[in-house]
Write a protein that binds this ligand. Structure first.
Ligand code: AMP
Ligand code: ZN
Length: 493
């Protein structure tokens, strides 16, 4: 018997606005799609939060014994600068600015994305498809929606006819908007002249001569609309209706609303049974975002090279910080909060260490079975990791009393306590058991700064042989020194 058969997992479904008992379409199997990154820049910590929420969810499903097909895409075309239907493609713009091929931009930032996720100990998804790898599938859906009368072609672009769709379906049901209100609140934009209504969205866009990311289609050279790729890739790998679709809250409208419209228009059925939305990471009370500059990169946190935090923090400390908030709550990043999380994470790791050296004895003073149930209850209540962590810390308190000889535990309870803690801390929360990088990076900074000082002394004494040797050998180790007005700093490659 698999674990999931004895658990009643409830999930907050954004579509109904309620917590619902989770039942997958096929017993024991789950299909989950999560909108991935647009790979035109380094992922910031806000992006990581959303992906980490779904990593934890994926991990809990696996822990319960489900077979999960987890699809998380890479957006490498079609996402325009203004998130709407006008403006330049985000990747093409970056390619122009940096004088690179668009696919060089895609490669660079996909690698960065994978590196960062690996540092945070993410599990890889089962499939990571790209938009450019599914142009044919996207064109097929456009043709199908045109055939069914929910789209129209204009000058080589194809638009989804929202008003037509809304006659038979409910456009706005996910985001709680009404088409009439949207109509009342929008001004006709001149750039949208091709559209019958401003609410209509592009399924396929004609490529202007200067647009380099282009593909042939029945309507001429063009490129797919951003929303279309997720409909094509989710249904290709998970079926026309699948269990879970996730993403950040900011994708609810228009992206996910449009995905629903496309799938309902094409397949005649609702694509997703449980819509899940992760909430935003903020900094200084404002959404962390690439466009506003209010963001911090994970790499800057791990090395401590930033002007926001007082020191470096390890990936596990940051992961623990994220897990202390429920995935549907807003979370604000601050130095104090990270310091507190780091302390908590170290206390937890210490307790696990202590537990491994405890000798069982006497009658247990801790009801391990009852405690274990509270851990599952927390996770079954819409993945409530903050409550889970509170329960884990009840166990930490008890472990410290065991260490002091004030409490006892018998052999079978000790084994059960260890197994349960390991499962939740490492398998489900995805923490890593090493006082990883923060301590090491403090030490590294200390050593490099010492070498920088010695190099300065050598230079002051005109001993350029020594100063060059220090610089060159550090460089060979991937540590670059940079001399500036304020002194010398270093960076790691
Ligand atoms: P993008 O690369 O812009 O398409 O975004 C990738 C993912 O990051 C999406 O699911 C967004 O919802 C999510 N995201 C963007 N900003 C934040 C933030 N400040 N906090 C949490 N998630 C975010
Ligand atoms: Zn998407």
């Amino acid at each position: 018997m698999e674990l999931y058969q004895s658990q009643n997992l409830k999930i907050h479904n954004s579509l109904s606005g309620k917590k619902e008992l989770f039942k997958p379409l096929n017993e024991g199997r789950i299909g989950m799609y999560v909108c991935g990154p647009t790979v035109y820049s380094n992922v910031h910590l806000g992006n990581c939060r959303t992906f980490m929420s779904f990593d934890m969810i994926f991990r809990y499903f696996k822990h319960l014994g489900y077979k999960v097909r987890y699809v998380r895409n890479i957006t490498d075309a079609g996402h325009l600068v203004d998130d709407g239907d006008d403006g330049e493609d985000k990747i093409a713009k970056k390619a122009r600015l940096e004088q690179l091929e668009p696919m060089e931009v895609v490669q660079r930032y996909t690698i960065d994305f994978h590196n960062i996720l690996q540092k945070f100990n993410f599990l890889p998804p089962s499939i990571e498809p790209t938009a450019t790898g599914h142009i044919i599938e996207q064109i097929e859906i456009v043709k199908d929606i045109l055939d069914k009368g929910y789209a129209y072609e204009k000058n080589g672009s194809v638009y989804f006819d929202v008003a037509k769709f809304n006659e038979t379906n409910d456009y706005g049901k996910l985001s709680g908007r009404k088409l009439e209100d949207m109509i009342a609140n929008t001004r006709q934009l001149t750039a949208q002249n091709e559209k019958k209504n401003p609410q209509d969205f592009a399924l396929w866009k004609r490529a202007e001569p200067q647009h380099i990311m282009r593909w042939p289609s029945p309507w001429g050279d063009g490129f797919p609309g951003w929303h279309l790729e997720c409909t094509a890739m989710s249904t290709k790998y998970l079926g026309e209706t699948f269990d879970i679709h996730g993403g950040g809250m900011d994708l609810k409208f228009p992206h996910h609303e449009c995905e629903i419209a496309q799938a309902e228009a094409s397949y005649g059925q609702s694509p997703v049974r449980y819509w899940m939305h992760a909430n935003m990471l903020t900094m200084n009370g404002k959404k962390m975002a690439k466009s506003t500059g209010n963001n911090i990169l994970p790499g800057e946190i791990f090395t401590g090279e930033n002007s926001i935090l007082s020191k470096a923090f390890s990936p596990s400390a940051v992961r623990f910080f994220m897990m202390q908030a429920h995935y549907t709550s807003i979370l604000d990043l601050s130095n104090d909060a990270l310091l507190a999380s780091e302390k908590g994470y170290h206390r937890l790791m210490e307790a696990l260490d202590i537990l491994s050296s405890i000798v069982p004895k006497g009658v247990s003073d801790f009801d391990v079975q009852a405690w274990k149930k509270t851990c599952y209850d927390a996770m079954n209540d819409d993945f409530n990791t903050p409550i889970l962590i509170a329960k884990i810390f009840d166990a930490v308190k008890f472990i410290n009393l065991l260490k002091d000889g004030e409490k006892w535990i018998n052999a079978s309870d000790l084994k059960e306590l260890q197994n349960t803690l390991n499962a939740f801390v490492f398998d489900v929360l995805g923490l890593v058991d090493k006082s990883d990088n923060a301590d090491d990076s403090d030490k590294l900074s200390g050593v490099v700064n010492l070498l920088i000082e010695l190099r300065k002394e050598a230079r002051d004494n005109k001993d350029f042989e020594t100063s060059d040797k220090i610089r060159n050998q550090l460089d060979a180790l991937g540590i670059q020194l940079k001399d500036g007005k304020e002194g010398t700093t270093f960076s790691l490659s």
